[in-house]
Design a protein around this ligand. Structure first.
Ligand code: AVJ
Length: 323
């Protein structure tokens, strides 16, 4: 039986352009300045993120994989899902373990990866369709914060949100997001959430400031995206990569620090933005969690906790919640 692959591109160039325009205008006229992390992920940014996941300092991917290796069979049995929907799927590398477990359990029928980067999305969809004969792969190029309404409405679904990407949302946005995921699900459907846990500050900071400079290149990539898409003249090398841990909020912040006074022309927005030497633009937060806090937030969104696992070192959590 052949697999089928459909790619639904909800993010056409106009939509993407408008969303980027709005974000860049809003973020770079704010004080302090900020840019949302979703714009890291063009093809080059996705490739840099793949390299990050293999860095010695970046533990989350390996820890989550270890949990999946140990628990995928149990998660598949507990969910009895036939349709796996993965938000922010990227290369879908870790997903294979879940798909394998669901296939072995005999329930698997369909897989819907959802990602903003169309190139990475389509490559992953084709790879997994080749790997799982008979699998109905319906990839959706969309922004998971905005397009949950486009997800499949049939079958017994598991929505997976892995890798700790939930940490990119601020607490208020996280509450809204969890409630929206809950609202798209029916009783018996499940939500599988991967989240990075609070730990020693040194290890946290090292994971976002690696010695090879890959995270720095990933951080600066957002400026290259703005240059290309909005005809701007940022000099990425004139910005320094900053990663710090905010103990009060329990999140990592990535910033780009201007190394000198600069005026940047953004032709596509008809605006010029000034940066003072030392001025920092926030490009990402990556919140770190406690298992108890995650349980509480999921319960507040209307989920019942079915499983909560961590790796043996307690670095990362994987929680299966049921609608
Ligand atoms: C893909 C959002 C989970 O926050 O750890 C990695 C992105 N940023 N290094 C994370 C990221 C810098 C990553 N997430």
């Amino acid at each position: 039986s052949q697999s089928t692959v459909h790619v639904l591109n909800h993010l056409d160039r106009d939509y993407l352009r408008q969303a980027l325009e709005r974000d860049v205008r809003t973020g770079l006229t704010a004080s302090p300045k900020w840019l949302p992390p979703k714009w890291f992920y063009d093809a080059a940014g996705s490739e840099l993120f793949s390299r990050i996941t293999r860095l010695p300092e970046y533990y989350p991917t390996r820890r989550e994989l270890a949990i999946l290796r140990a628990r995928a069979t149990d998660l598949a049995a507990a969910s009895r899902a036939d349709t796996l929907v993965e938000l922010g799927s990227g290369t879908s590398e870790k997903t294979e373990l879940l798909l394998e477990a669901l296939a072995s359990a005999g329930t698997l029928r369909a897989y819907t990866p959802v990602d903003v980067d169309a190139v990475t999305l389509e490559a992953a969809a084709r790879r997994l369709a080749g790997r799982f004969p008979g699998l109905d792969v319906r990839a959706v190029c969309a922004d998971f914060e905005r397009h949950l309404g486009l997800l499949p409405r049939t079958g017994r679904r598991m929505v997976a949100f892995l890798g700790g990407t939930i940490g990119n949302l601020e607490p208020a946005a996280r509450r809204v997001f969890m409630k929206e995921v809950r609202a798209t699900l029916r009783r018996g459907d499940t939500f599988l959430l991967g989240a990075d846990l609070v730990k020693d500050t040194g290890r946290l900071v090292a994971a976002y400031d690696d010695s090879a400079g890959v995270t720095a290149a990933f951080n600066r990539n957002v400026l290259k995206v703005v240059n290309r898409e909005l005809r701007a003249d940022f000099e990425p090398e004139a910005f320094e990569h900053v990663a710090l841990y905010d103990e009060r909020h329990e999140w990592i912040e990535m910033r780009l620090r201007a190394t000198r006074d600069m005026r940047v022309r953004i032709e596509g927005l008809g605006m010029t933005v000034s940066f003072a030497e030392g001025e920092e633009t926030r490009t990402e937060i990556s919140a770190k969690f406690r298992v108890e806090g995650l349980r509480r937030e999921l319960a507040a969104a209307g989920f019942r906790i079915r499983r909560a696992y961590t790796d043996p070192d307690g670095d990362f959590a994987l929680i299966l919640a049921e609608a």
